[in-house]
Ligand binder design. Structure first.
Ligand code: ZN
Length: 412
């Protein structure tokens, strides 16, 4: 039996290599469509740990799957990475992490987002927190177990590194369609060492309005596209208020679970023309009781109403990216209990369980496969924002929890 002291000592000894791996992973900028080098790096790390690896293609036909998000571009040449260990009798475990990181605007970063560095115990860089720090945490747990001569992690364990968690979920969906699953799934997403049990439904829409444009000299006689867009933004704020009026009890503890975020506005060409075209991209959080098609219809109505006051220009709108269902793993599920107990055994207190106004790929396992899946991972700051960073100490603590959990999981 491995004691907690032995485990923590092994983790401390292996931590420098795990942090070096994390630096290497962050420096491989895995923005959407550019995941290849980071995936190859993960594949090599898994092989080094004794996993047999393979690449899983994400077919373009995934877009026909009713559970898929709407792809942005082809998946040709892009792939998930799967590491497996020999299977024997007993239960199986899958660790699922997403390799993709969200876009950056370097104007608001203090330094190059893809030149990671460590300062005062935090590692900075895009993806350091969401969720490459989780990769480092999981691999650190496995390295520590190997150092202790443990067979845990040598059997019945799979590690899946997926693309496009941040846009569609199609990487995980493709792996599931290829038969990759297990009796339980842990996603080492950044949860600040709490247990994340669920999320909301999310639909993305893109709206294109063709105002037609004109000379700035005539702007006093033309409907103002800028003012129309401002009224649209107000309309989305009103939609958000409406969506949060009857919140299902599942989301009771979140102050405003269903955020409507106008994430992109492109308007106009240059100062001396009335804008010809406006493009908006909006992320709409909502309860499962409203379908993505109903959200689309609601947005169409909203845009149509606003544009009647702007000369009724042509517009089109469509779904793109997320069409995610909400999901919740029951807080009293044995998997939750096991992870909480492992955390408590190593750190002396139980982690909190929570549900957030966002989503993760855990939804596919919980909703479609009936497989328990939860997120547990490091402490982070500014995820999706500027100067994103992960606390290195929390990677060690999380690794200790994960190693202890795996010992219990595989030995019973
Ligand atoms: Zn994430």
């Amino acid at each position: 039996m491995i004691t907690n002291k032995e485990l923590l000592t092994a983790i401390s000894a292996e931590a420098p290599q795990a942090f070096e791996f994390l630096m290497g992973l962050v420096s491989r900028a895995s923005l959407r469509g550019e995941e290849g080098p980071a995936q190859e790096f993960v594949q090599a790390a898994l092989e080094d740990l004794g996993f047999t690896t393979q690449r899983i293609a994400v077919p373009d036909s995934i877009s026909q799957d009713p559970l898929a998000g709407v792809p942005f571009a082809t998946y040709e040449g892009r792939f998930d990475v799967l590491g497996t260990t020999p299977h024997s009798s007993g239960r199986t475990l899958l660790i699922n992490g997403h390799i993709d990181v969200v876009p950056v605007n370097e104007l608001t970063w203090s330094s190059d987002p893809f030149a990671p560095f460590i300062r005062e115990g935090w590692l900075f860089g895009r993806g350091s927190g969401d969720m490459k720090g989780g990769f480092a945490m999981a691999l650190l747990a496995l390295r520590a177990l190997r150092r202790l001569g443990s067979e845990i992690g040598q059997r019945n364990l799979s590690f899946l590194s997926v693309i496009e968690e941040e846009y569609t979920g199609n990487g995980t969906l493709a792996a599931i369609r290829a038969g990759v699953t297990a009796d339980a799934v842990i996603l080492p997403e950044p949860t600040n060492l709490n247990i994340l049990l669920g999320g909301i439904a999310i639909t993305w829409t893109k709206i294109v309005i063709r105002f037609g444009g004109g000379h700035a000299e005539s702007s006093d006689r033309l409907a103002s596209p800028a003012q129309a867009v401002a009224r649209l933004i107000d309309g989305f704020s009103e939609l958000e208020v409406e969506l949060n009026q009857n919140v299902p009890t599942t989301y009771d503890e979140i102050a405003n679970p269903f955020n409507v975020n106008v994430g992109v506005i492109n308007l106009g060409e240059w100062p001396s023309s009335v804008p010809a075209v406006a493009e908006l991209e909006v992320r709409i959080g909502h309860p499962d009781s409203i379908s993505d098609e109903e959200i689309l219809a609601r947005v169409r109505q909203l845009v149509g109403a606003v544009l009647t006051t702007a000369g009724n220009p042509q517009f089109e709108l469509h779904l793109h990216g997320f069409k995610a269902q909400g999901y919740v793993l029951a807080g009293d599920h044995p998997l939750v209990h096991s992870v909480a107990s492992a955390h408590e055994a190593v750190h002396g207190f139980r982690p909190e369980s929570e549900i957030m106004g966002s989503t993760t790929d855990a939804r596919y396992y919980v909703n479609q496969l009936g497989v328990p899946a939860l997120c547990y991972g490091p402490i982070v700051k500014n995820m999706h924002g500027s100067d994103e960073c992960v606390e290195l100490r929390s990677i060690e603590i999380g690794a200790a929890t994960l190693a202890r959990f795996m010992i219990d999981y595989f030995e019973h």
